[in-house]
Write a protein that binds this ligand. Structure first.
Ligand code: NAD
Length: 502
């Protein structure tokens, strides 16, 4: 219980369950460079922590700029050979990787849950999506379309070629360690590039495991993984002269740092950053459907989700009714450790630092007079658990309504008319995703068109598919994951023009 007395969640513990992982499940605690797991250039290590028990479950080497340089050299040497494969050959290798992931789904899910605390249902879903991403990219690369070859200038035949960019540097976050890595790896490889990837220093296990289980499928140097911290290893990737693009999924601050570091070499930058998704609910909406949808979309991955339905803007005439329904849904959420049963829907925050960040937002909001309808603070440890929370009476411009909390917290504001709803929904520094809830088709089209977000759902939230693009506007960055647009991002067009005048 917190001082507010409103924290109702209990952590369901796995009292008699065996541990999620044992020593044999762990990947080699090394870097993966040029087809082999190798020692780094120093003996320094980084602790990898289970956020449910707070125990250290692995130690990985802390990479250096020197380790990055070695990996980039390997990726550069492998690039021309990889690019020479015809799409069918690369496609078959991507399908083989997808098969390996499928064979190892259970192991990958347990590793992901052990490292992040996420419910097994979430990590299993992550692996399923990762497999589908590889399969989609394997198919899409064989069917790329372009401007038809033809004479667009008299007696000159134009042909558009799609070429890989070269070597791509990738930096991934901790919230979906495997899936965010695969969202980059699959299109990058499909398009004929090689890469060096730095996973989050907090969650390297499934990325290293992926490298381990596909090592025999890919030519050496095509995929490289270097562990380490952002400001050293990530920064070296961003500035490295032999890297043609740096792709980062992470916070706005890291996005800025990477873009700055990339400027000197004028490399391309691909950024998937934070979000603060508004959920705009009009009086004619199906309120029960919206509330039950938010139970998933607001709390999936414990709210550590860049598209989370975290900021409700509801019409004042139905606000009371909607809040009651939403609180009913949130009260039913089961918080717990991954191995505490299939009913567990919400896990801990990934780290102590992030737990402090999330609870700090809640404490400040309470001090500022925001009302806690349910939840509102930490749940008893061990582990970094925060109670699923709904904050109401949130004034316009409040910190919790504008900044990314990245935890199990939904804020509720009210509006009086459509103009106000659109203006306030757009009044955040982010532009990743949003949803609008109404039965009125004219309104849903009109409002969706005016919302300044890369994805807008109508009567839904957080539904993704490999065929459709994911990416943001404004502070959420630029560049697209998934879909043929990601393949476009990781390749370049070349125009070849033949003079055939006789
Ligand atoms: P983070 O920015 O702290 O870390 C992300 C990665 O960037 C890590 O690997 C980190 O080591 C690295 N990094 C940090 N500083 C760096 C630097 N100066 N140069 C190079 N790399 C650096 O983010 P996080 O806390 O791991 O992840 C959460 C954030 O990611 C949230 O803001 C979330 O919204 C965002 N995210 C966005 C998407 C999306 O698709 N838009 C998806 C998942 C997460």
């Amino acid at each position: 219980m917190t001082s507010s007395g409103l924290t109702t969640a209990m952590v369901r513990r796995a009292v008699e369950a065996p541990p999620l992982i044992t020593e044999v499940d762990l990947p080699p605690a090394r870097h993966f460079i040029d087809g082999n797991f190798v020692e780094g250039s120093t003996d320094r290590v980084i602790d990898v922590v289970d956020p449910c028990s707070e125990a250290v479950i692995a130690r990985i080497p802390e990479g250096t700029a020197e380790d990055i340089d070695r990996a980039v050299a390997a990726a550069l040497a492998a690039q021309a050979g990889w690019a020479r494969l015809v799409p069918k050959e690369r496609s078959e290798l991507l399908h083989a990787i997808a098969d390996r992931l499928a064979q190892n789904t259970e192991l990958l899910a347990r590793l992901e849950s052990a490292n992040t605390g996420k419910p097994l249902a979430v990590s299993t879903d992550d692996v399923g999506q990762a497999i589908d991403t590889f399969r989609f990219m394997a198919g899409a690369v064989r069917a790329t379309t372009s401007l038809a070859a033809g004479d667009y200038a008299e007696n000159h035949l134009s042909v558009i070629l799609r070429e890989p960019l070269g070597v791509i540097g990738v930096v991934t976050p901790w919230n979906y360690p495997l899936l965010m890595a695969v969202w980059k790896i699959a299109p990058i490889l499909a398009a004929g590039n090689t890469l060096v990837l730095k996973p989050s220093e907090q969650t390297p296990l499934t990325t290293l495991k992926l490298a381990e289980i596909v090592a025999d499928l890919l030519p050496a140097g095509v995929l490289n993984v270097v562990n380490g911290y952002g400001p050293t290893v990530g920064a070296r990737l961003a500035e490295h002269p032999d890297i043609n693009m740096i792709a980062l999924t992470g916070s706005v601050g890291s996005g800025r740092a990477v873009a700055r570091a990339a400027a000197d070499s004028l490399k391309r930058v691909h950024l998937e950053l934070g979000g603060k998704a508004p959920v705009v609910i009009f009086p004619d909406a199906d309120l029960a459907a919206a509330a039950s949808s938010l139970r998933v979309a607001g709390f999936w991955n414990s709210g550590q989700e860049c598209g989370a339905a975290c900021r409700v803007l509801v019409h004042e005439s139905v606000a009371g009714q909607f809040i009651e329904q939403l609180v009913g849904e949130v009260r039913a959420l089961v918080v717990g450790e991954p191995q505490a049963g299939e009913e567990v829907e919400v896990g801990p925050m990934v780290s102590k630092a992030h737990f402090d960040r999330v609870t700090g937002y809640l404490e400040r909001a309470k001090k500022e007079g925001v009302r806690v309808a349910i939840g509102g603070g930490a749940v008893d440890g061990p582990g970094y658990f925060v109670a699923p929370t709904v904050l109401v009476d949130v004034p316009e411009g409040a910190e919790v309504a504008r900044q990314e909390i990245f935890g199990p917290v939904i804020t509720v504001e009210t509006f009086t008319d459509e103009e106000e709803a659109v203006r306030r929904a757009n009044d955040v520094p982010f532009g990743l995703s949003a949803s609008v809830w109404t039965e009125n088709a004219r309104r849903s089209h009109g409002v969706a068109a005016r919302l300044d977000f890369g994805t807008v759902w109508v009567n839904s939230h957080l539904v993704l598919a490999s065929e459709v693009p994911w990416g943001g506007f404004k502070g959420s960055g630029y560049g697209r994951d998934l879909s043929i647009y990601a393949l476009d991002d990781y390749s370049r067009t070349k125009h070849v023009m033949h003079n055939h005048e006789r």
